[in-house]
Design a binder for this molecule. Structure first.
Ligand code: CP
Ligand code: NVA
Length: 298
């Protein structure tokens, strides 16, 4: 049974198949003849809020011929303490796949193990693999081959999006620089890497110098709201503005997984200047999500 839980669980060639399929589904979106989920019903179980991931998966399942049920975890018995393994065994007998957004990564792993249906990680505290597929798609679309590119992640280097970037760098070999305060550095175990293509620093200017892509995420991830003030203080030197972007390569992309908080991780000016890239990136969530689903059932 194929699942999509974290990029480190997949070979590079599998990810390339998904990326190529994302491009194809984008080109052929209006043709509507590719229906690999026909006759299937997929459940989406979300414990955290979502705009892009929710809409792209709901539209994606429908465009691939399937039906979708959106379940807010707080409306399910799960929210009253029913174990994930019991929820998984019930849904496994009723639906064909599940797309889950939650806190503990172990919960999506347990769901996959107990449900015996395709399971997709739509974001956990640990990883956000679907986001990075759309991001890689966007970089390939705008810059061609990404192997020789320098991608700089700025902000909370220990967050789910940064972790998925680390896994992607290990698979694809591009240079990943993470600019983060020391207290928001990635877990050294996740960083272990014999290719030496990942650099972690708290020197934001050095990390952005000559980068092809500068990438950021919110300073306060979902579930970390109590740390909000402390995070704003510690990350205040890691805001991306127009002058910082001038240090990157001419024509460098600014990317953001969104939602964006102006005045925190980005200024209004820099976000609007790079809005075309950032909203192309958001649109690509749909095409990438469809490719992940189609790959799972192939
Ligand atoms: N980038 C992303 O996952 O956005 P949502 O939280 O809106 O789904
Ligand atoms: N790191 C962010 C990503 C939002 C898409 C969070 O987990 O809230």
């Amino acid at each position: 049974m194929k699942h999509f839980l974290s990029l480190d669980q997949h070979r590079r060639d599998e990810l390339e198949i998904i990326l190529d399929l994302s491009d194809k589904l984008k080109r052929e979106r209006r043709e509507n003849e590719f229906l690999p989920l026909k006759g299937q019903t997929w459940a989406m179980i979300f414990s955290k809020t979502s705009t892009r991931t929710r809409v792209s998966f709901e539209v994606g399942v429908r465009e691939l011929g399937g039906q979708v049920i959106f379940l807010s975890a707080s409306d399910m018995q799960l929210g009253r303490g029913e174990p994930i393994k019991d929820t998984a065994r019930v849904l496994g007998r009723m639906v064909h796949g599940a797309i889950i957004r939650t806190y503990a990564h172990q919960d999506v792993k347990d769901f996959a193990a107990f449900s015996n249906i395709h399971t997709v990680n739509a974001l956990t505290d640990h990883a956000h693999p679907c986001q990075i597929v759309a991001d890689l798609m966007t970089i390939r679309e705008k810059m061609g081959n990404m192997d020789d590119k320098v991608i700089t992640f700025v902000g909370d280097g220990a967050c789910n999006v940064a972790t998925s970037w680390i896994f992607a760098a290990k698979k694809f070999g591009f240079q990943l620089r993470i600019a983060a305060p020391k207290s928001f550095s990635p877990d050294p175990l996740i960083l272990q890497n014999e290719n030496h293509n990942i650099i972690v620093t708290d020197d934001i200017k050095a990390a952005v110098a000559d980068a092809d892509v500068v990438y950021t995420d919110v300073w306060v991830s979902m579930g970390k709201e109590e740390e909000s003030l402390n995070r704003q203080e510690l990350l205040s030197g890691f805001q991306i503005d127009m002058s910082l972007m001038k240090l990157a390569k001419p024509g460098a992309l600014l990317m953001h997984c969104l939602p964006a908080y102006r005045g925190m991780e980005v200024t209004e000016e820099v976000l609007e200047f790079h809005a075309k890239t950032i909203f192309d990136q958001a649109e690509n969530r749909l095409h990438a999500q469809k490719a992940i689903l189609a790959w799972l059932v192939s």
